[in-house]
Design a protein around this ligand. Sequence first.
Ligand code: ADP
Ligand code: MG
Length: 568
Amino acid sequence: SAAETEVELTDGFHLVIDALKLNGIETIYGVPGIPITDLGRMAQAEGIRVVSFRHEQNAGNAAAIAGFLTKKPGICLTVSAPGFLNGLTALANATTNCFPMILISGSSEREIVDLQQGDYEEMDQLAIAKPLCKAAFRVLHAADIGIGVARAIRAAVSGRPGGVYLDLPAKLFSQVMDAEAGAKSLVKVIDAAPEQLPAPSAIERALEVLKSAKKPLIILGKGAAYAQADEEIRSFIETTGIPFLPMSMAKGLLPDTHPLNAGAARSTVLKDSDVVLLVGARLNWLLSHGKGKTWGDAPKKFIQIDIEPKEMDSNVEIVAPLVGDIGSVIGALNEGIKSGWTAPSDAWLGDIKARKEVNIAKMSQRLLKNSTPMDFHSALGALKQVIKERPDAILVNEGANTLDLARGVIDMYQPRKRLDVGTWGVMGIGMGFAVAAAVETGKPVLAVEGDSAFGFSGMEVETICRYNLPVCIVVFNNNGIYRGLDTDPTGRDPGTTVFVKDSRYDKMMEAFGGVGYNATTPDELKRFVDEAMNSGRPTLINAVIDPAAGSESGNIGSLNPQSVVKKK
Ligand code: ADP
Ligand code: MG
């Protein structure tokens, strides 16, 4: 009868969207397809920004770096099995780099998957994701979506940040429930990443060690950049007068031009320092595990600030562990030095200054050449100037020589402006990072890419054009990986590390309505980048680099195993 009251209904689709929105999620990076196409459409209709990519790995990398930039989990949305696996690479990379991210993948019917009866895109995704991320959850009932999303968010951002997998089977999306009960089932995560205060005794211990130092050094890692405790960190360094060394993604936390930046004297300070304070940096391969030739023979004491207790003593003894969040720990250290502090000796600071001056002078010679074809240094000299003039632009950087040399040459002036290959040294982050950097910050992005590195995500230039993002890509085109000169000893094929000679990557951008340039001199390069940054239009500059420039594997050629066997 007409008297029957209609109950308002909601369903899995809407509950997922409502749960994300309730928790302040504003953007989803993904690739549409079965079973999540409508989820993306509805999310867009509900006001979430949905950025659709051409490949899930790039969407995943975008989500990961969005997490790094904002301290909120970046969301990547994929289809089942193959799409999930494509996204999983980015999830594993995010976890390795301590970036908070949630990979949400649709999955096939549990009943069929579990009996291995051969469903469309059948795969036990939860089991596969588990060892590669911080936490993995599956939601089977619409009423549990609120809790599932809440757990995923908390797991991603609390403690050491990392990747979380959320498995949503196709059937879940169309499950209906009473709208009112649905709304009640949602959970707004309270204090998702709680402050973690260090014990006063740990602060005392650390200050005692630091005060005993003759040659102290601070190493800033990307954890320090992530923490967004910029003022506390700057104040600690300037008050103590201790020289600092930024890891690549910590560059700009204090300007690279800061008098206490010891970056240009890296090998000297690693060798000669006697007490090293690590701030959100791990003693992994990037720091030679805290031992060996790099660190010299003199005895060395390490103090480490990290939110993850298990990180302590992972490679060498940590004499003063400071477990806690960087903001709280540095805050406590700042309090602690109020009662007295003696600046490092002029001898130590003088040694560093002298070494820096020599190295900087040597380098600047190489940056000034205005020759054709360009080499890495002359091209980077132009880009160094660009960032100096536009310190709020975001620099994305990947490649081998293109990465290693740009890291040293291009000074950064503001925190979280340099995004690169991170802990794994992985190629393929470029376009995903560039898209998310533009979307999350609204700032212009300069992506400095090796020609090989660019190839891993190059199709996303279409995405950049489609969303009309202010991204300027510079492809360092030296005709190949490391160098452009390899040949096939048998004469059959091109050498294994070379690409098509004299390619014009700029034409790719033009194909999608963006702007393309071919730059053959540093002056041209600078002019084209300036034009791109001024216009904000999607631009790709093919920078012609001497194929003979560059060295095998950039700075890390020593990691290549060598054959001792001579073929007859
Ligand atoms: P880098 O490569 O720059 O040296 P790593 O990724 O090796 O940086 O180290 C980052 C470290 O920072 C990780 O050990 C991580 O646990 C830690 N970290 C991340 N966020 C915080 C935070 N808010 N407070 C304290 N430590 C953090
Ligand atoms: Mg190359």
